[in-house]
Design a protein around this ligand. Structure first.
Ligand code: PMP
Ligand code: GLN
Length: 380
């Protein structure tokens, strides 16, 4: 069979998690928590099952959940999405991203993707027949920054979509007001749509604020804004997320969504809606993860790893040039098999496998797990 995705193999996350399990390594590779979610959330989901919420919900998602999502976005970012026509519940953020790309990218359309990029964007653009236009972030002592001048230069009359990810996986970069101004200048007066992957919206540190597209009316008017309860509530295996977009964009999204998954599981939607009545769990998330980031950074400070800034997400990128000159994949494998701590090579987030001598660790782990990993990494 001629492959639709000839350049694609098994994802780096699957490979590194398997290697970590085989070698008994602490898995700081694939991004997921090793601690449980709030038992109250589990109770709310099981209550929903017992109450009989076990058949298909509406194609667009359970109305109680859509209403709770719209209220949350309104309270946090000041944009009033209509829960009926502008919010859709999805099977995780991944499906929201895929469906958004499939609904608006026509064969030959150009899609600007900023590298390093989360691994699902590019293959999906190719499945849609779109042409990925890759622009690499600059990486210097101040960390990774988006080169807006080169993004502006990459725009052509064929540009349909620009994919934004803030806070950014894998670099932890958080867009600031100056970035928003530059982005606005680029898209204003064009038909370019924005796909904003904001799954780490509640993981922003040191008092910075998350610049959701929803905060900025000019951007919100052309954006699909995607988030994930997996990240926010420590339940990556539940695969419940959502997309918010202006009604005309959402109408196109739903045309694809209804044949893509139709909808996602009912009891989780009802349980999450009940849990959302209390904003504390997501309002407390920055402090919760900032503690872990600081613990991890303090533990590495005396090592030969060089820490890059980590302003958001639950990832910490490090340079390892003082330790080894191996390529990133080989170094990450050596760390996993010999030092028994798994990491992800950042080269995996570049189509061309660009090498920067940087690997990514995930610090969404119990403090004891982080300490065990730090003990091992200190010996490198
Ligand atoms: N986008 C980014 C940037 C991610 O890191 C992830 C999860 N690793 C996703 C999307 C996918 O989220 P979900 O598990 O809800 O599909
Ligand atoms: N988003 C997670 C990460 O970046 C992995 C998700 C996945 O395994 N596809 O580590």
């Amino acid at each position: 069979l001629p492959s639709r995705l000839p350049a694609v193999g098994t994802t780096v996350f699957t490979r590194m998690s398997q290697l970590a399990a085989q070698h008994g390594a602490v898995n700081l590779g694939q991004g997921f928590p090793d601690f449980p979610c709030d038992p109250q959330l589990v109770d709310m989901v099981t209550d929903a099952m017992r109450a009989g919420f076990n058949q298909y919900p509406m194609m667009t998602g359970a109305p109680v959940l859509r209403t709770a999502i719209a209220a949350k976005i309104g309270a946090l970012y000041g944009h009033a999405y209509d829960a009926d026509s502008e919010i859709t519940v999805t099977a995780g953020a991944t499906q929201a991203l895929t469906t958004a790309i499939l609904c608006c990218v026509h064969p030959g359309d150009e899609v600007i993707i900023i590298e390093p990029a989360y691994d699902s964007y590019l293959p999906t653009v190719e499945l849609a027949g779109g042409v990925p236009v890759l622009v690499q972030m600059d990486v210097g002592p101040a960390g990774y920054r988006v080169p807006w001048d080169r993004i502006a230069a990459a725009v052509t009359p064929k540009t349909r979509l620009l994919v934004i990810n803030t806070p950014h996986n894998p670099t932890g970069t958080v867009l600031r007001q100056a970035d928003i101004d530059a982005l606005t200048a680029i898209v204003q007066g064009t038909d370019i749509l924005i796909l904003a992957d904001e799954v780490y919206e509640h993981m922003v540190y040191d008092g910075q604020r998350h610049e959701s597209m929803s905060r900025h009316p000019l951007l919100a008017a052309r954006s699909f804004v995607v988030s994930s309860f997996g990240k926010t509530y420590h339940v990556t295996g539940w695969k419940v997320g959502y997309v918010a977009a202006p009604a005309p964009l959402m109408a196109e999204f739903r045309k694809v969504h209804q044949y893509n998954v139709f909808t996602t599981n009912t009891p989780m939607q009802h349980g999450i809606a009940a849990y959302m009545a209390d904003p504390a769990p997501y309002l407390e998330l920055p402090a919760f993860y900032q503690h872990k980031r600081d613990l991890f950074r303090a533990g590495l400070a005396g090592s030969r790893f060089e820490l890059l800034p980590a302003d958001g997400t639950y990832f910490q990128c490090v340079r390892y040039g003082a330790i080894s000159s191996q390529p990133e994949a080989a170094f990450a494998e050596w760390l996993t098999t010999e030092i028994k701590v798994a990491a992800i090579p950042v080269a995996a987030f570049y189509r061309g496998g660009t090498e920067s001598g940087i690997v990514r660790f995930c610090f969404a782990k119990q403090d004891d797990t982080l300490r065990l990993a730090l003990d091992r990494l200190a010996r490198v």
